[in-house]
Write a protein that binds this ligand. Structure first.
Ligand code: MN
Length: 710
């Protein structure tokens, strides 16, 4: 009972009685669920969720978040299900608890992967409800506060993870106070001795500075006590230990030099007062040129607003001044959490939570995109870490959830199958992009449709959602039926010709027999089956000729079928060797899947002298071949910052689309990177390779056609 009273005290400040009762019922539920469990310190487990809720209550978070905090470990550690929580406390609370549990569950093999993945998961969670992340941060903060009962190496590992994952997130969310506490606790857990020595030294030096601080404070008070000027607060600011430690290490400065700076914050009523206060303090002490920053007019990416200036103080000491309104001050301390804060049982500044989340998410993603180092670039394009979702926006701002790797066409079908069937072009963030473009988190996608447009068979090569795939198949089945029938007939005649049989020699009895054997009713169906790869034409031909003796049993097809591209349902371009126009090619019947086009030297297909003829189909490229074909290129480059960006720039200048990028090998001074590029022909590819070779960082370029070893 006493446990909840501490929390109740915090809640009474800003929530209504009914809201507190709802929170209390979540407490009782959680207490019962965790009954008998203890933390590693030996305390009852329930103390942890209550303290996590307390951290969020200090930020005046809304009642749903507080309830979710109380329940955040019940799904993980007990038999409670999401639907039970939903039944008792509503869907929003259940979604929040579920979100936090999912974030907690992720475990990874290697560290780099874990961090990138965790970070991404966090961002994803934000797309749905940023409060999930706030609960998770409060959870981590409480775990950091209570690390003492763990073994030192475990403490260090958790502290490291906190610095690498949670601190940057708190920073991007503008949660200054929480970030600083996480940093200091992590510093203490990682280097207990350094922490101790440094904190003693800082205390000592700060004692010496007291009189100077008082002199400056008095002068500032005097300067701002002009008539009709309302200032609320002037306070001295201390740098926190971790930032002092970081500065000493990175700038190799002694402690005294780092502390030789006096910092104050002035909080005023209105924005106008901020600029007036700036005038007064510039009048009091001379400003240091070029140190003035106006983050009120141009806020930081995490929403931070303030005026910054540096002054030449008394005795020549530098003084850093921040000037801002009370609202800006709240945002500066608690960042995004300030937008959820409640007052008298209501949201403090009546916006819609989802709009707020979208704005925050947008700014975070922009920040990520701007980062632009090679590694982050790879991070942005790689999608195969694990199968999960991307979140994108419709032009009207609603969020669509799609599986990772989904393309513009998948998006179109997800909106409506009519939109998918008639989509002709797509824009990502207002720029036209190829329909096969894979979507990334936070993008806004717009589909352009035309009534006469219809799906293309090539879409099947890149769509990944079941809905898109089945809708395209359905459409193609109807539309391309006759085309497939024609191809099937051509394939069969081709084989017959090679057997030196004229199709006219076959009687209707021959066909009837084969149709009965195959359980088909019309010749058209038979052709269609051949054209779509269900039946190998050679086998059908032999069965048709079963009652004839006078045909050439030496099977050799002399006339290859010409292909114009991926026409007809039945042709697929093999992903092992990626044939492009100009390559010598051959078709291979994959039972039930159709005909796959390979390069003749591909190791996936048999050598010529070992080939079973009925499984192979000679092919050649038509003179009129059109379109773009994927090709697999391996580039070895010197490990230099920005090199990948340079390569992609060269490619985009040559109007080459990149389908995929993957780093295959990472060495000390070089990387081997695989690119899947879209090219028109061998000639086109040769031109591209020539322009890439001009880059001085490129060591080697090879094309991979999965060639057999001799
Ligand atoms: Mn927890």
């Amino acid at each position: 009972v006493r446990l909840f009273e501490k929390l109740r005290k915090k809640l009474t400040i800003y929530l209504s009685r009914e809201q507190i009762e709802a929170v209390e019922s979540a407490y009782l539920f959680s207490k019962q669920a965790h009954e008998g469990q203890t933390r590693s310190s030996g305390e009852p487990y329930i103390t942890h969720p209550v303290d996590v809720a307390g951290i969020l209550a200090d930020m005046h978070m809304d009642p749903e978040t507080i309830m979710a905090a109380l329940l955040h470990d019940v799904m993980e550690d007990t038999t409670v299900t999401k639907s039970l929580i939903a039944e008792q406390f509503g869907n929003s609370v259940a979604d929040l608890v579920d979100g936090v549990s999912k974030l907690t569950k992720i475990k990874f093999e290697n560290k780099a992967e874990a961090q990138a993945e965790n970070f991404r998961k966090m961002i994803l969670a934000m797309a749905k409800d940023i409060r999930v992340v706030l609960v998770k941060l409060a959870d981590r903060l409480h775990n950091m506060r209570t690390l003492a009962s763990l073994r030192p190496e475990k403490r260090r590992r958790i502290a490291q993870e906190t610095l690498e994952i949670y601190v940057p997130i708190a920073n991007r969310l503008g949660m200054h106070n929480l970030r600083i506490e996480l940093e200091n606790l992590s510093f203490q857990a990682s280097y207990p001795n350094r922490y101790l020595v440094l904190s003693k030294a800082v205390k000592h030096l700060q004692g010496n500075r007291k009189s100077v601080v008082e002199v400056i404070q008095k002068a500032l008070n005097g300067a701002l006590s002009k008539p009709k000027f309302n200032y609320l607060n002037i306070m001295g600011r201390e740098k926190h230990l971790y930032s002092i430690y970081r500065k000493m290490r990175s700038k190799h400065l002694p402690l005294a030099d780092i502390l030789d700076m006096y910092a104050f914050r002035i909080v005023v009523d209105t924005v106008e007062d901020c600029y007036r206060a700036l005038g007064f303090v510039h009048n009091l002490y001379k400003p240091v040129p070029e140190r003035f920053k106006d983050y009120i007019a141009i806020p930081k990416a995490n929403g931070y607003q303030s005026l910054h200036t540096t002054l030449f103080g008394p005795y020549g000491v530098p003084i850093e001044i921040q000037i801002r309104t009370q609202e800006m001050d709240l945002t500066a301390d608690s960042g995004v959490a300030a937008h959820w804060s409640y007052k008298d049982g209501k949201l403090a500044n009546g916006f819609l939570p989802n709009e707020r989340t979208k704005a925050w998410l947008d700014s975070l993603l922009k920040l990520q995109q701007k980062a632009g180092t090679s590694l982050e670039f790879i991070e942005n394009v790689k999608f195969d870490l694990s199968p999960d979702e991307v979140y994108v926006f419709t032009p009207k701002g609603s969020i669509m959830e799609l599986p990772r790797g989904a393309t513009i066409v998948d998006f179109a079908y997800a909106v409506h199958s009519d939109i998918g069937d008639h989509c002709i072009a797509g824009k990502i963030d207002r720029h036209f992009q190829p329909l096969s473009t894979k979507l990334n988190n936070g993008q806004t996608v717009e589909i352009i449709t035309a009534t006469q447009a219809h799906p293309s068979v090539t879409w099947l090569d890149f769509v990944i959602t079941g809905k898109a795939r089945s809708s395209i198949r359905h459409f193609l089945k109807n539309q391309q039926y006759s085309e497939t029938v024609n191809l099937g007939q051509e394939l069969l005649n081709n084989v017959l010709r090679s057997l030196k049989v004229d199709s006219k020699e076959l009687s209707s009895q021959d066909f009837t027999r084969v149709l009965t054997e195959s359980q088909l009713s019309t010749v058209e169906e038979l052709y269609q089956g051949i054209g779509s790869g269900d039946f190998a034409p050679m086998l059908i031909a032999k069965r048709l000729l079963a009652e004839h003796d006078n045909y050439n049993k030496e099977f050799k097809i002399s006339q290859p079928i010409s292909i114009k591209g991926a026409e007809g349902l039945s042709l697929h371009f093999a992903k092992c060797c990626h044939p492009i126009p100009g390559d010598a090619i051959i078709g291979y019947f994959e039972p039930k899947q159709g005909i796959f086009v390979h390069v003749t030297t591909c190791r996936q297909i048999a050598k010529e002298d070992e080939r079973e003829p009925e499984k192979y189909l000679p092919l050649r490229w038509d003179e009129q071949v059109k379109g773009y074909f994927p090709v697999d290129i391996r580039i070895t480059v010197y490990n230099r910052r920005g090199i990948l960006a340079e390569i992609t720039q060269t490619l985009s200048k040559a109007e080459i689309d990149i389908e995929d990028i993957k780093v295959l090998e990472k060495n000390a001074d070089s990387n081997k990177v695989k690119f899947i590029l879209m090219v028109k022909s061998r000639q086109h590819l040769a031109d591209v390779i020539r322009s890439l070779r001009k880059l001085s960082e490129v060591i080697r370029i090879t094309r991979n056609t999965a060639k057999r070893k001799k």
